[in-house]
Design a binder for this molecule. Sequence first.
Ligand SMILES: [Zn+2]
Ligand SMILES: [Zn+2]
Length: 772
Amino acid sequence: MLRRLRARGAADPVTHVERVPARAGVPAPWPTWAPAELRAAFAQRGVVAPWQHQAEAANLAYEGEHVVVATGTASGKSLAYQLPALATLLADPRATVLYLAPTKALAADQLRAVAALELEGVRPACYDGDTPRTEREWIRRHSRFVLTNPDMLHHGILPGHAQWSGFLRRLAYVVIDECHTYRGVFGSHVAHVLRRLRRQCARFGATPVFVLASATSGDPATAAGRLTGLPVTAVTEDASPRGGVTFALWEPPLLPPDSSAPSAVPAQATGGHDAETDLIQVRRSALRETADLLADTVAEGVRTLAFVRSRKGAEVVAASARRALDDAVPGLGDRVAAYRGGYLREERRELERALLHGDLLGLASTNALELGVDLVGLDAVLICGYPGTRASLWQQAGRAGRSGQEALAVLVARDDPLDTYLVHHPEAIFGAPVEATVLDPANPYVLAPQLACAAVEAPLTPADLVLFGDGAKEAVDELVAAGALRQRPTGWYWRHRERPEVDLRGEGGAPIAVVESSTGRLLGTVDGGSSHFLLHPGAVYLHQGVSYVVDDLDLADGCALVHVEEPDWSTHARDVTDLSVVSVRSYVDAGPVGMFLGEVDVTSQVVSYQRRRIATGEVIDTRPLDLPTRELRTVAVWFTLSPQSLALAGVKSADVPGALHAAEHAAIGLLPLMATCDRWDIGGLSTAVHPDTEAPTVFVYDGHPGGAGFAERAYGTASAWLRATRDAIAECGCETGCPSCVQSPKCGNGNNPLSKPDAIRVLDVVLANLPE
Ligand SMILES: [Zn+2]
Ligand SMILES: [Zn+2]
């Protein structure tokens, strides 16, 4: 199959082929403590015996150890927690279990799975924002397996702990599913919500065992430990069976520089590309390439799933493949569909059924499929653009492969520094562990509001400060100074009548409500920090697969008015940034080079936005915006170089700004290789002389108040990170810089100045001096 696909063009687009061998499953006996009734219920559902990793995790949890099971897609992580949790519920008629999922849909799926076992007296129930008031009391009193999400725990269950005391007192297990999704600022909030849960349980005399399930991730024990604040044992050896997969890395060819033919579509829909000028060299778009591959596999009768980053992109891929197939065999195009988010469960099931039975041969989907849709065992998976993490990449590729059959997975690189780096560095995909999930519970912007929430639930004691970890004492002192807490001999008390308003997903000021003007309907909220980028007047705003255009952003009222519209363009806001150093936390003095981690104040202003055609990436126009500046205190990593070392390396002083700027863009583009962030979580600034460092400097900062752990991670892995950055630039086939190496889609200066060869020299100087 792969041979026929790659033989189409003149140049071979395949940069690497990796054979992922088939694996036979390793079954284990049922644990002796699992009651016959439970085994029989699982056997009814087709589970004859657990796999080794399921049994191992279940045994640890049953013995009272906190455990995280981090294995691949469809490896049966649910059984690992269902087994000990349900066995305990059957053995102890009073015990209870709390299950947390990141989405309501996943909780609903789990509810169906547990309910289908029809176990006496378990009475599983979902308790979330959709649960009718009339059912809530019954659930609190009678359900012994409650499925909910962190937001409900934070807003509903913990503030109402008195009503939940019966349930919490008997809590035996807390299950945290898909725990790798709790990362960054959101993850840091959830970490403290879990500490608040542990505190309430302890007040009622319960010490539940935590069982976590994660996609394959780097160092899951540490991440789970940071999330829960407890020592956690990891089970990572996947013992489920798997078909063999041929995994190809695919780089679309460069187009001729003068190409302006309408068929030569230079860019792609999701804004991964800054089509500022028509002088730059560009590659054939990943969307076009994926659409062609999809048409080719479907024409051969191969059941194929294509993952595309945006919904619009998925539709472009499906439509283009349909056209190509209909041209070849009229009617064949009907065998291809696009999967949009927001489908009802029945519609999802119907699509799954059609694809598994072969009525449908090709499906182009957004990542919406990643959580919640049970679709595995396909013949081919096409991944249009690196999905941001190796963990997601493996989750998507893991949908390919039936036992006994060889399947195909193809990663099609987009015009982006990280994608380009990866298709030329297969060892970064196949040889490296997947990235660690990064969160920072010590972020004072998370810690202080969470301590305020905790103080409302019960006065804080010195022992609680240990529970909430580093920085808790300082945060409490600040809350006292601000008049929010009062210290008494028995602890710190919340002083106000109202509870503090804390949004787990929000940061940087009050969230902005997105309101449909014609109906007054509240569509959702966007955190204050992102609102200028996402909700400026004229912005195209996507919500659950529906496209809206913003009419007005009223910052004083905290709302944005939108109307339904699906224009042919996407919008891309640009900002200008100023930065000053507040303090240095840590640094490395490496002769002419300095590497620093510290606090910075960032002032930024969104000044304009571009409109780009979705199908081609072509820039339609740039429109000015009139928005106020915003201040952000956050954590940054930065490096300085002496002017002499740059001169010695051959960088002319006139080229220093372009060299640093190019290095900054590429470094931001490559940071996701080290941490689970994407380039929109981080910002940068470079300058030939910065007033605070008095030297040529490149800053990379967390885009979240107080930092989310990304800059810290960058500092901790500085030499590996900058080595990858240097290689990505040096190995890009372009001459003067392109979106695959040093151009950035969110540059406030229109990608000017940029010097690709001098950026390599800058990074060589840093790497030559920096200790490994
Ligand atoms: Zn390039
Ligand atoms: Zn820039």
